[in-house]
Design a protein around this ligand. Structure first.
Ligand SMILES: Cc1ncc(COP(=O)(O)O)c(C=O)c1O
Length: 271
């Protein structure tokens, strides 16, 4: 360890010793793309620091460890990997003291809990062919999948194809792009995907768009933030739906765009 890191560590221990109301330590090693051993190492480090603080102050001042979130999600298939169980087993092996009851445990899992529970369903407005490739133009693009559109290699989404009645589309697969409504050619939910050919009126579903998709609306082109609808079994073999977040209204878009100040510059008078 470098001397400055040692000094920083000593200052953290001292800060706890001087502030007896500090009782928790927290780590969040990263979100998506962080391998499990590195996540576990982060937890092991914070556990070791808790033990060091408690030894230095001579009592169990740090009573709770918050291990953050960061468990990655497999966006490539239906398989859940890694699982919470695998992460727990790794932590138990790497940091056995974490589970012996001396510390309260807090977790902050986000994506791994919620990503699978959301899907963006977009109607195909029309289809076209450009550069020899079929393109299904939908209502969902950069305004709902900003990371995917700007960094498709890092944040690819699986797409499922449904017909106008909501049934899974059958038929031979054709390589096609799924485009969004924004006014630039890169507004693509997916590029070069082999899917049953999507037609006008069909639906393209972008899977695994729970979690961060809820918060990532992008106001470009004044595209409204869509509504979010939840569902649960109704107890009679069907599903019950509820609005979780209503769609943004055009009036709200105008207000967010500075509508109240529309004449601010045209009526500006120099002092
Ligand atoms: C402090 C903190 N905790 C928890 C999370 C959730 O992470 P994830 O969604 O990867 O589980 C984040 C997100 O980056 C975070 O910054």
């Amino acid at each position: 360890m470098w001397p400055c890191a040692t000094r920083a560590r000593a200052r953290v221990v001292e800060a706890f010793a001087r502030r007896p109301w500090l009782t928790r330590l927290h780590t969040h090693t990263g979100s998506q793309g962080v391998p499990l051993p590195l996540l576990a190492q982060g937890v092991a480090e914070v556990y070791a620091l808790a033990e060091e603080i408690n030894a230095a102050v001579g009592r169990r001042q740090v009573d709770t460890i918050d291990i953050g979130g960061g468990l990655p999600v497999n966006f490539a298939s239906e398989e859940t990997a890694p699982t919470f169980a695998r992460y727990a087993r790794l932590l138990a092996a790497r940091v056995p003291g974490l589970f012996d009851g001396r510390y309260g445990l807090v977790t902050e899992f986000g994506r791994s809990l919620l990503a699978r529970h959301g899907v963006v369903v977009a109607r195909v407005e029309y289809t076209k062919t450009a550069g020899g490739r079929r393109i299904a133009v939908t209502h969902a693009g950069v305004q709902v999948a900003v990371r995917t559109v700007y960094a498709p290699g890092a944040w690819p989404l699986r797409i499922a194809a449904y017909d106008a009645g909501g049934r899974p589309k059958a038929g031979p697969r054709t390589v096609q792009d799924i485009a969004g409504p924004a006014c630039f050619s890169g507004d693509l939910l997916a590029e070069g995907r082999a899917l049953p050919p999507l037609e006008q009126g069909d639906y393209a579903a972008a899977l695994d768009t729970g979690a961060y998709g809820f918060a990532h609306h992008y106001a470009y082109n004044s595209l409204v933030r869509p509504g979010i609808h939840g569902y649960a079994p109704d107890g009679y073999g069907g599903m019950a739906f509820a609005t979780v977040r209503r769609a943004q209204t055009v009036a709200e878009v105008v207000a967010d765009s500075g509508g109240a100040h529309a004449s601010a510059l045209t009526t500006l008078r120099a002092p």
